[in-house]
Design a protein around this ligand. Structure first.
Ligand code: NAD
Length: 421
């Protein structure tokens, strides 16, 4: 029996470990293999100086954790955020291992981050930070070793600096060291919207599985970044009514619907989301509890827990973010008949197209956007069905089913590879 009182739902690593333990209970995996694959394989911490535009020098901490490399190179984004610490990066790296295994792509899991406040930085400072951080972690990354990508507060421009810095370090251009790059240096068509497009594909599967008609359904999206904004845009164009949107400043509500492009244009022009005229300003907590059919948390971890799970009104939750729902909340949502598509499946579109980008870079042969989206949809629909079959058969929630599938695959890799020496 798992003693759940030992786990704190405010701590992402506790949530990762509890999710793992819950699923492991349903599997017949050798204890030594479980012990091996639950914890990170390798952790790298760096501390480096950054010269600010005003001449001051500050010292920053950065991390790269390779949680698992049994099925292929480490894979996972780089996050710039004040909350980044080693435990958060460990959790995020672990979630990457299970995500890559759920969709069965040949990568392990990794993640990186720098504890900093990118909102207070100029573009030049962000560039210097990126180059120095990448130089610091360059001994352990590489196309066959560990391949970073964008995450919170990092974007294609940051990935371009990663390519440049790593290429200077190596002495030749090496664009396959990172994914989510601009198209002009080997990025893949479809990558920018891939995570969001993937959320929409699995949302359609979840709707079909639960008998929900998506035509005109009400959608709430938390987070207006790469994942949240593009998800809202794709769904708005497909005829959904986007009743709620938010960013770090707070939320907007309009039961008649919001146009994400107009909201984003207003935010970019004013830097003040909440002054958008055609909506009621609300808090992020209120946003999560709005009446809607589909809720897409696409900001940070720790959003749905014991404190608010009873008040969530959505019928389907599609986790664009990593770790937005605690296992405690999972139980409440499951009992209330709310269908949760877990992060390691719901937002796997990003890493899946990152895999396509890496393959295209290695082959030096590029695919059309139609090709990319068709292959993406095939993988996500197949993975959804595999997870959903386990969930129904075992009478468990989709998260535990997804972990069972993923842990089973990683455990098998360890079993056949054995122990060195
Ligand atoms: P981003 O930096 O582009 O956007 C983050 C958004 O969340 C911003 O609009 C920000 O204002 C908002 N936000 C930040 N803190 C918030 C808070 N406390 N409450 C409400 N909103 C808040 O980041 P992103 O790349 O869109 O990533 C969002 C989430 O999706 C993260 O959990 C990330 O790990 C996950 N994810 C991203 C990708 C990807 O391809 N970028 C892939 C898979 C998963």
């Amino acid at each position: 029996m798992i003693d759940r009182s030992l786990y704190d739902e405010q701590k992402p690593l506790d949530m990762h470990n509890l999710q793992f333990d819950i699923a492991a209970q349903h599997l017949q995996v050798e204890p030594w293999i479980l012990e091996k694959i639950k914890a990170p394989r390798r952790e790298f911490s760096v501390r480096f100086p950054l010269r600010l535009d005003n001449g001051t020098i500050v010292h920053l901490s950065g991390y790269r954790v390779q949680h698992n490399t049994l099925r292929g190179p480490g894979k996972g984004g780089i996050r710039y955020h004040p909350q980044v610490d080693l435990d958060e990066v460990r959790a995020l790296a672990g979630w990457m291992t299970w995500k890559c295994a759920v969709v069965d792509i040949p990568f392990g899991g990794a993640k990186g981050g720098v504890t900093c406040d990118p909102g207070a930085m100029s573009l030049a400072e962000k560039e210097r930070l990126t180059r120095r951080y990448i130089w610091e972690i360059s001994p352990i990354i590489g196309p066959e070793q560990d391949i970073p990508a964008p995450d919170v507060n990092t974007d294609p421009q940051v990935m371009a600096w990663v390519v440049d810095t790593y290429s200077v370090f190596k002495g030749h251009t090496c664009n396959s060291v990172v994914t989510g790059k601009p198209l002009s240096i080997g990025g893949s068509l479809g990558r920018l919207k891939a995570t969001s497009q993937g959320c929409v594909y699995v949302m359609a599967e979840a709707a079909a599985a639960t008998g929900l008609d998506l035509a005109g359904c009400r959608v709430v999206v938390q987070g207006l970044g790469n994942v949240g904004y593009h998800a809202a845009e794709i769904l708005h164009d497909a005829g959904a009514v986007i009743v709620g949107l938010s960013n770090v400043q707070g939320g907007l509500y309009n039961p008649k619907g919001l146009d994400p492009r107009k909201v984003q244009a207003h935010f970019l022009a004013t830097d003040d989301l909440l002054s958008y005229p055609e909506a009621q300003a609300i808090s992020n907590q209120e946003l999560l509890e709005l009446p809607c059919e589909v809720l897409i948390p696409a900001a940070l971890e720790g959003q749905i827990g014991l404190g608010n799970a009873q008040r969530i009104q959505a019928r389907i939750i599609v986790e664009g973010a990593n770790g937005p729902t605690s296992p405690f909340a999972d139980d409440i949502l499951y009992d209330r008949g709310i269908f949760v598509v877990p992060d390691i499946l719901a937002n796997a579109g990003g890493v899946t197209v990152s895999y396509f980008e890496w393959v295209q870079n290695l082959q030096k042969l590029f695919w059309t956007e139609e090709d990319v989206n068709k292959k993406l949809r095939d993988i996500l629909v197949r993975s959804f069905k595999e997870v959903h079959d386990i969930a129904r058969k075992e009478k468990i929630n989709m998260r535990t089913a997804a972990y069972m599938l993923a842990i089973g695959r990683v455990a098998e890799a360890k079993r056949v590879r054995g122990i060195f020496p």
